[in-house]
Design a binder for this molecule. Structure first.
Ligand code: NAD
Ligand code: MG
Length: 399
């Protein structure tokens, strides 16, 4: 791809937090990037604003009623963007011949199929949707390798690890002298909250992250530290590292985004202000560097960086994720499905915060190993685990 040609970008999940940061970086570089397609679940108003502002060729609404509303509102605004509806349209805009890169920023398992479609079409994939990798890591990495796709991590920790690894890193840590991958974690809003008080925390408290502004699901995941657990599994697939080589380091300032510890004693880190536009700009322009609109890091203002071991008693979800990775097979998919159901129930106010880990643990125990040798089998396992998780939620439900 020549540097001078304008890159056509599809943004899956354009109305979300990562979607907004991506649109912001792209709009700073009209000479390099153009928005080819944007997708959303059902947020019509936000989507209409995006279409008027960025003039993509296509806008996909998964919800058919929302697609009809968007069509009307774009017509009124004189916007020429073509509106498509349904999940097959997601796959179509992720794999379209005219697309250079796909930002995979749908939240949850719903992002799996379009992200896989981009992999099968050999696209450059900017991967934010960690759940897709947790759900079907092997199938996904196989598709990337078989179809010549290029995977660039957007999750800030994985982007930092990517930046700290040698350019020719071939998913073989020991061959490159890597001793450990150190994933940093802020510890979320409840790092110091008394355990008893965790019983009654509200969705609003859980979503008030000390350092990052994010969507509600990942904010709850950060509060339970399941986010870090999912990231351990994500790191396993992206960097070919077993669980024993991936360590979590609690670093409340969120300035070091992650590190690689080498056998010669070097520890290479990537630092920056906590702003997702940095990894997004890095992946969009890679291997070049572009302006991202991010405030420069002022080390004198920060003054101190601190580190702690993770507390697996306070954060049982982190332990469950390590267990799922060690068990392998369908265990990560089951963990993810149960977590999505439990977090949704917590956000709906019907499940207590500390019940989230209980639901996941009970679902993993009851489900055991299921076949995950094809995408259909993975999605069956996902559906099965969700049914069991809903039963577990029901028995712990508060009214
Ligand atoms: P968000 O909730 O703000 O946005 C989610 C997007 O997905 C929206 O555009 C929504 O319309 C779309 N969506 C939701 N359900 C859908 C469905 N069933 N079908 C199709 N589209 C659907 O989420 P976010 O915070 O932007 O996170 C997106 C992904 O990026 C997640 O996987 C998250 O873990 C990951 N991520 C986010 C951050 C962050 O800072 N926000 C950081 C690292 C990784
Ligand atoms: Mg992260």
């Amino acid at each position: 791809m020549s540097a001078s040609r304008i890159q056509q970008i599809t943004i899956l999940g354009a109305t979300g937090s990562i979607g907004a940061s991506t649109l912001d970086v792209i709009s700073r570089h009209p000479d390099r990037f153009a928005v080819f397609a944007v997708t959303a679940h059902r947020q019509t108003e936000r989507m209409a604003e995006i279409c008027v502002r960025h003039s993509p060729r296509y806008a996909v609404m998964v919800d058919a009623q929302a697609a009809r509303e968007l069509t009307l509102s774009l017509k009124r605004a004189g916007c020429k963007t073509e509106v498509l509806a349904g999940t097959t349209a997601l796959d179509a805009v992720a794999s379209h011949d005219d697309v250079d890169a796909v930002m995979a920023a749908i939240v949850g398992a719903a992002g799996l199929n379009p992200t896989l479609a981009a992999a099968h079409a050999g696209k450059k994939i900017l991967l934010a949707n960690k759940e897709a990798l947790v759900l079907s890591g092997q199938l996904f990495m196989d598709a990337v390798a078989a179809c010549g796709a290029r995977l660039l991590p957007i999750d800030s920790e994985h982007n930092a690890v990517f930046q700290s690894l040698p350019p020719d890193y071939g998913r073989q840590p020991t061959a490159c002298g890597v001793r450990r991958i150190l994933l940093t974690a802020s510890g979320g809003p409840f790092r110091d909250t008394p355990l008893d008080a965790l019983e009654s925390v509200t969705p609003e408290q859980a979503c008030a992250h000390p350092n990052w502004v994010m969507g509600r699901k990942i904010s709850v995941d950060s509060a339970t530290m399941m986010n870090k657990g999912l990231e351990v599994i994500e790191a396993h697939w992206l960097f070919g590292a077993p669980a024993s080589l991936i360590e979590v380091v609690v670093h409340p300032q969120s300035v070091i985004h992650s590190m690689v510890d080498y056998v010669d004693g070097s520890v290479v880190a990537q630092l920056g202000n906590p702003d997702m536009r940095t990894p997004i700009a890095h992946a969009l322009a890679w291997p070049q560097r572009i302006e991202a609109g991010v405030r420069p890091l002022d080390l004198f203002e920060i003054a101190r960086l601190t580190f702690e071991r993770p507390d697996f008693t306070r954060f049982p979800c982190l332990a469950l994720a390590y267990e799922a990775l060690r068990l392998g097979g369908s265990a990560p998919a089951v963990l993810n499905a149960a977590n999505e159901e439990a977090v949704a129930a917590f956000l709906d106010g019907v499940l207590g915060f500390r019940r989230i880990a209980e639901v996941i643990s009970a679902t993993m125990e009851r489900t055991g190993q299921l076949a995950v040798d094809s995408v259909d089998a993975v999605l069956d396992a996902d559906r099965h685990a969700r049914r069991i998780a809903r039963e577990e939620i029901h028995s712990r439900r508060r009214y």
